[in-house]
Design a protein around this ligand. Structure first.
Ligand code: F0G
Length: 482
């Protein structure tokens, strides 16, 4: 929740107490330089011990609740027919209103199962935006991902409340061109991860459904950040200001035919699931579950995580939980905006996103501006963010780089983990970096995996060693211990 202080300013206020903590450490600048060099200027390859604030992702890094931890102690490890799974089914029935549940070890496993069951060579899969693992699975199955966002989606300086909406005109044109029989399904990602965690509206979801239903095309929601999307609907969509998060989620699910999710985000566990009321869809996927994931009642998840997920699904409908990261992100983004630092607006659902195209406007896209910015932010602050730009795009079939629609540095805000002093520290160091941005140079690959290269690829400064120069400038100002 955000609370107004007597001086008129607003702060995000934590509606929980912190009762278990984990120590963190700020490695000095010379150590950070060595660490980022060893990591090939790829923040994915840094070790936790070298990181002060880990803003790589909100995936699996949220603080769990006392009720989740307590539930984990009562798990039933039966290989088949686990009571823990029965609790998950009950939570899904109560919150989503869905009868059939397929557990999976995480979100991308659900995508694999959906691809296996429904994506055929030559198919198209229209969506509001792709996610890296989604695209990888659907491409591997021979499908073609079509991103049918509205023009506003890519505007980083927007006040549009629903930049995650699907463009209906583009959707109907794409279906007409491919033929409805060649559409695997339509996918709506609840807060479009790669373009700033931006929500879609209920109205848009309803319009998409109205368009595809008569054509016998089913509608899939990627609900990894479903509670945050619901929170934004409550804040931004006329008529929903007094509707509970629980009712909004229920309404979204009544429109969709199937929902899959990474449980690592809104649900604050490590797992995933597919849920639906459509028996035909359930039965098309179900045979593949024991082949790839595990038996029907655990699907590759530990029974402890299944218990925690059953609780997490209920807890994410609490408005204080649904808004916990969204409110912190808004606060963080406003701090940065006040300092003149280019951030994506409106602030979204999983992270505060820096617009690298504007931050390092002297770097061409071919030199990976967002990747360079990620390394520079780490060097000057010990904060680990994630590149969400051209490094996150794999090469095309001819081996050419594919420029991303946006060059973003994502500073993820895991739920209930960081405090206001952390955001203030981050804003201060980012301000210093922004003032010294001309010191940041480009990157080039020297090790490049063929698929999802952003995970394991290694890069180095292109031309002069700007990393060392930036670290030296930082030390000259702050001393050797910061
Ligand atoms: N869909 C969305 C919208 C996601 O954000 C993610 C993961 C997945 C699917 C895949 O789920 O990781 O459980 O296999 N996003 C993480 C992130 C990796 O850092 O944003 P997964």
């Amino acid at each position: 929740m955000s609370i107004r202080l007597s001086n008129g300013s607003e702060i995000p206020i934590e509606m929980h107490k912190v009762r278990i903590v984990q120590r963190t450490r700020l490695a000095p600048a010379h150590e950070r330089l060595r660490a980022i060099e060893e990591a090939g200027y790829n923040t994915f390859l840094l070790r936790s011990r070298s990181i002060f604030l880990d803003m790589l992702t909100d995936s699996g890094t949220n603080a769990m609740t006392d009720n989740q931890l307590a539930a984990m102690m009562q798990s039933d490890d039966a290989y088949a027919g686990s009571e823990s799974f029965a609790k998950l089914e009950q939570s899904v029935a109560d919150i989503f209103g869905y009868q059939y549940v397929l557990p999976a070890h995480q979100g991308r496993a659900c995508e694999h199962l959906l691809a296996k069951a429904f994506v055929k060579p030559g198919h198209i899969v229209p969506m509001n935006y792709h996610f890296t693992t989604t695209k990888a699975h659907f491409d591997l199955a021979g499908g073609k991902v079509l991103e049918l966002y509205t023009p506003e989606a890519l505007n980083t300086r927007s006040s549009c409340p629903f930049k995650g909406n699907m463009d209906l005109g583009r959707l109907s044109a794409a279906i007409e061109k491919a033929g409805p029989e060649n559409v695997s399904f339509v996918r709506m990602e609840a807060t479009t991860n790669l373009i700033g965690g931006q929500p879609f509206s209920i109205e848009n979801l309803r319009q998409v459904k109205a368009l595809v239903e008569p054509l016998n095309i089913f509608l899939v929601v990627d609900g990894s950040l479903i509670s945050e999307n619901a929170y934004f609907i409550r804040q931004r969509e006329p008529g929903y200001e007094n509707v509970s998060i629980r009712d909004i989620i229920r309404e979204m699910m009544s429109i969709a035919d199937l929902c899959y999710l990474s449980g690592r985000k809104s649900c604050s566990v490590r797992g995933g699931m597919i849920a639906t009321n459509r028996k035909d869809l359930f039965e098309a996927i179900r045979p593949w579950l024991p082949v790839y994931e595990g038996f029907f009642t655990y699907g590759g998840m530990s029974s402890k995580e299944i218990e925690a997920m059953a609780v997490g699904i209920r807890e994410m409908t609490d408005v204080e939980v649904a808004g916990s990261s969204a409110d912190a992100i808004r606060y963080f983004a406003c701090l940065l905006e006040k300092e003149g630092i280019p951030v994506v607006t409106p602030p979204g659902g999983l992270a505060c996103h820096l617009d690298a195209t504007r931050f390092v406007d002297h770097l061409p896209q071919s030199e990976y501006p967002a990747g360079a910015l990620a390394a520079a932010v780490y060097l000057t602050s010990g904060i680990r963010g994630m590149e969400r730009g051209s490094v996150s795009m794999d090469r095309d079939e001819e081996g050419n780089d594919v420029p991303a629609d946006m060059e973003l540095l994502r500073l993820a805000v895991p739920r209930r983990v960081y405090t206001m002093s952390h955001y203030q520290y981050a804003a201060d160091r980012l301000r210093w970096l922004y003032d010294h941005r001309k010191l940041i140079g480009g990157l080039e690959f020297y090790e490049e995996p063929p698929v999802l290269r952003f995970f394991g690829g290694k890069m180095k400064p292109k031309g002069a060693d700007w990393g060392a120069a930036l670290a030296a400038e930082f030390v000259s100002q702050f001393g050797p211990h910061c």
